[in-house]
Structure formats: C-alpha cells, structure tokens
Design a protein. Sequence first.
Length: 377
Amino acid sequence: MMTFKAFKYRIYPNKPQEILLNKTFGCVRVVWNYQVEVFNQFDKNKTEPEQALTTTQLKKKFEWMGEVSAAALQQKEMDFKAFKRNYFSTTRKKKLGRPSFKKRDSTQSYRLPNQKFTLNNNSIRLEKIGKVKLVLDRAVPTGCQFRSVTISKNNCGQFFASVLVEIGIIPKPKTGKSIGLDIGIKTFLTGNDGFTVENPKYFRENQTKLKSAQQHLSRKKKGSLRYNKAKLKVARIHNDIANKRQDFIQRTTTKLVNEYDFIAIEDLNVTGMVKNHKLAKSISDAAFSKFYATLSYKAAWYGKEVVKVDRWFASSKTCSGCGWKNENLTLSDRTFKCKSCGLELGRDLNASKNILREALRVSSAIRTPSEGQTEIA
C-alpha cells in the first residue's frame, strides 16, 4: 500500500538564511492575502470579481518578491486555487467558510516541490536559501519518492523542515484481538479487556507556570525588548505542552495499532462538548480530536480497522451483561449497578464493553473468533 508520510526535522539556518526565510514567509503571506482580497470582491450575488494577478505579475509589481523562491509563491497561489475549488464544490457535505487573511504573528510556513530541495545526512538545500544545517534524528526510508518540503517557524523562533514522501507501508502482523475504548477526562482510555491509559493533563500541569508568565507579559510595554522576551517565554511553555501532548498521542496510538486488529471508539461531539464551560479546558487538554485523527490514519496505514460508534448510543447507561438501561445514571456515578442482573463494575469499563459489542454489530466485516473477539471480555 502506497501512502504519504511526513518526516519533520529541526533546521538551523545562519543569520543571512534566517533573514531570507523570514522574507519568504512574508512574501507567501502577501500572495495569500492578495488572493483573499480579490476573492472578497464577490458581492451578494457572487458576481465574478476582477481577475487576480498571477504570481509572475505580482513579482513585477513588487520587485522585492524577486529575492525569494518563485516556487514558494506559486505553491501558495496553487493552495488558494484549491481552496476556491473546494469552496464552490457542490459535492461537499459541509460548506467552507470564507477565507481569512494570514497574520504575521501566526505560525509561518511555505512549501517547495520536490525539484526545489535536496535532503542530505546533515543538511537540506533549499532554492534561494542554499545549504541549511539539519538534525536528521530519523532517516527517510530508502525507495520512497520525495513530494514536497514545508519550511516552518514556530512562535519560539525555531525552524523546521517537514519532508513529505510517498512510501510503501507494510501492514502490521495480525494479533486476532479487538478492543472497545471508552474515552474520558480522568482516565483517558478504558478498554474492555482492562487496558487503561491515564490522562497526563499537560496543560493543567503547567497552568500555574503559564499563568505567571502571562501576567509577567501583561506588565511589559508592547514592542519593547522585555516584552518580546516575556512573549517568547509564554510561547515556549505552550510549545512544551503541545510537544508533550503530541508525543503522548503518538505513543498511545502506536501501541493500539500494534496490539489490536479491531478498535472500537465513541464518535464524540468534541465541538459540542467544549461548550460546557466546566469541562472545556479539560477536554481541550485531552486533545480528543487529535487522538481520533492520529489513530485513524495509523490504522489505515497498517491494515487495522477503527469503527466509531454513534454518539447517541447509550454505552454508559446500558448494562453490558443483560442490556438493561439505567436512564438515571449521572456523570457523578462512577460505578454501574444493574438492577436486572446484579452486574456491578466501573462505569467506564461497562461502557467500553458496550462500545465493542455495538461496533462489531454495525461493522460490515464478517468476523470469526480467529479474526476478532466475538465474546466481550
């Protein structure tokens, strides 16, 4: 199976290269914002606006654009054309919102096609930039085809190169095991077979430190040297939280696809859940959506199956032993007690058993005992 995979590396440009990279970020932002401005000329009747200038024409209008990679500007123009196709698509279930202008303070990035860069053991050569020092902490597998590289700069001032390759994925060995997962705030994952993963709560862990840094920033004069220094400290704390959370999700999802062939999870309405102000911070900290997305693409890579159970399925209120439903169960009730068969077990464990049973029922795959658990552990 061929798929796309990105390998992200930290790069260390020298001062002249850093200046040129920042110029490139600015130029691609100008290209995007210009396209947005022209697009916004649509009136209520969607009258066609004046024809936007091409990248070549923009470079003639703004001579300073000639200092940066033409390919980077063309890629951004192509991105906007792709957005317009999706915006006017009649087959999309959910219509896209209008495009927004890109700000200088947001994460900066630009993309180059495969002909415009060369990756080596300890460097990467970029069009107009030259040879940039790179830390190759993991090698790109031999035999894969390079597609593009995205150069980015985060709020901490760190530069990265994300190399996109087309690669053949070898499916993971079959284990014959299935699991139902209940996702929660206190215990991140509870499996029907006793598998559990605690929620590391990285944001909560760093909340006091972050609050102190933000208060320190608020007392500084905007634009001053001390303000920029305090702003960088806040950005580094946020970056540290994001990196730890990303590492946690990667390790957890890899463990799941290694050990199980069939994974059943709830299709939670995360957008709706964060509207609960009492739980919003904890839900955002847990990064449920990121976990779902990562688990799904890894399962597709390695020949495993992920089935989402309908969000309205009463997994917590239903007895996993006999099917009796406790309509009065509340969030504060951590133990499920069945008044019909007498079953008594943890609320999350009970839910995970129901989730697996329901997923096996709705799955189109015909399973035998050797292919997956038909009896819920």
